[in-house]
Design a protein around this ligand. Structure first.
Ligand code: FAD
Ligand code: A2P
Length: 375
């Protein structure tokens, strides 16, 4: 039989056990809490914890062989999350109407390069885009197998506000592909289609796509642009965003940095958007620099054709002074073939500053400051 005294005695006997359990829980918890604090001290901050990390190529007081380490801004990807992509896909493209289609070339130029604008106002959902993106074009007709032609991508040459500033058009800069094969001239399917379309024609458009060539948000960023031929397309959009009065009024983005365009064209008559660029030079001499490489009219130091990489070498010191600034972004657009030449020039230019380009370039890329779109 349990008496009251026995129950009390039994209860008292459990007290040390309860204290022991309580003590055990407390010490375990303290240990974990301490570990967590230690980890928090040493852990790298996550994207959501921090402001965009500033990225710099630190001052070049290092020995020649050592390339200073630059770090990636941890929020680059997150920052672009709201950029529109694939509003229209190949199965359900938007049929835009051609507003204008005119040649960008002067008398005596080589080939055919057109500026083409499409009306987007009837698109639903609305086909919006930002500077640096591309759209897809599905040429009319069928391929050799009787299948509809596949889409081709084209860099957008207008700002999000369009050439008319009403925000309902998109423009392209298209070179007609032409080459000789077995004594026959072959015309590229889509580029020929685009160069031939007339105002009022309907064209199947997809996209927008691409986040590689977006401009940074910072008004005091420096933008170095290396373009050949139609590679000027995204650069034209950037420069309009920076320097066109109505554009600036609309975008409330007051560019304060330095924009430096290296432009490669075969002849002076092939220079694209030249009048606009000259106007920006006059209006913004402190913010815009324009360096041309006219391959078939100018010679490099070796007596060969003058390419933009030769111009890069000529300006190596100034260019790398800019690259050392964390606010500088570099954009490369146009011929795929120029990439090795640019790399070679950057390697030499970097060496002159005691830097190693093969180490530096991936760092710049990781930091979201090296942007390439070649084709
Ligand atoms: P196609 O009929 O598709 O012919 C192209 C094919 O012809 C090639 O694949 C190759 O097989 C063959 N070919 C080409 N040249 C030769 C040669 N010399 N000898 C033998 N065979 C050859 N183009 C622009 O004009 N402006 C732009 O802004 C632009 N932006 C682009 C952006 C991106 C992201 C990409 C990927 C491409 C861009 N292009 C741009 C290129 C464009 O997409 C097309 O590739 C180009 O217009 C040619 O397409 P096409 O249909 O006329 O040629
Ligand atoms: P070129 O054709 O004289 O050799 P476009 O698209 O209007 O033809 O312009 C492209 C420009 O880029 C031309 O001046 C062309 O020169 C030049 N170019 C051609 N190949 C390269 C290359 N590998 N690196 C840099 N520029 C190049």
């Amino acid at each position: 039989m349990y008496s009251q005294a026995k129950v009390i005695a039994g209860g008292l006997a459990h007290i040390p056990v309860v204290i022991a359990v309580f003590y055990f829980i407390l010490t375990t918890f303290n240990k974990r809490a301490l570990k967590f604090v230690e980890e928090a001290k040493t852990k790298k901050p996550e994207a959501k914890d921090v402001e965009p990390k500033k990225v710099a190529v630190s001052k070049i007081e290092t020995p020649k062989t050592e390339t200073p380490k630059i770090e990636a801004p941890l929020v680059v990807k997150k920052k672009h999350a709201d950029v529109p992509v694939n509003i229209y896909r190949p199965k359900t493209p938007y049929e835009g109407t051609v507003i204008e289609n005119y040649s960008l070339l002067k008398e005596g130029a080589i080939g055919r390069v057109n500026h083409i604008t499409f009306d987007l106002k009837d698109s639903d959902p609305f086909l919006n885009y930002v500077e640096g993106q591309s759209i897809g074009i599905m040429p009319a007709g069928e391929d050799a197998n009787g299948k509809p032609h596949k889409l081709r991508l084209y860099s957008i040459a207008s700002t999000r506000h369009g050439d008319n500033f009403n925000g309902n058009t998109v423009s392209l800069c298209v070179r007609q592909l032409q080459y000789e094969k077995d004594g026959e001239t072959i015309n590229g399917v889509c580029s020929t289609y685009l160069c031939n379309i007339k105002p009022g024609d309907k064209v199947k458009i997809t996209g927008p796509v691409g986040k590689e060539m977006l401009l940074p948000d910072e008004e005091d960023a420096n933008i170095v642009m290396l373009a050949t031929g139609t590679g000027i397309a995204p650069m034209r959009a950037y420069l309009r965003r920076m320097f066109e009065a109505t554009e600036k009024e609309k975008n409330k983005w007051n560019f304060k940095g330095k924009a430096w365009l290296f432009m490669g064209a075969p002849k002076s008559a092939n220079l694209l958007y030249e009048e606009d660029l000259q106007r920006y030079l006059t209006e913004y001499p402190d913010n815009f620099k324009y360096t041309k490489a006219i391959s078939r009219e100018q010679q490099n130091t070796k007596g060969g054709r003058m390419y933009i990489q030769d111009r890069v070498l000529e300006s190596a010191n100034e260019l790398f002074n800019m690259i050392e600034d964390e606010k500088t972004h570099i954009y490369l657009c146009g011929l795929k073939g120029m990439e090795p030449g640019i790399d070679e020039a950057m390697t030499k230019a970097a060496e002159e500053k005691g830097l190693n380009w093969s180490e530096l370039r991936p760092q710049l890329k990781k930091a979201g400051r090296w942007h390439v779109e070649t084709y």
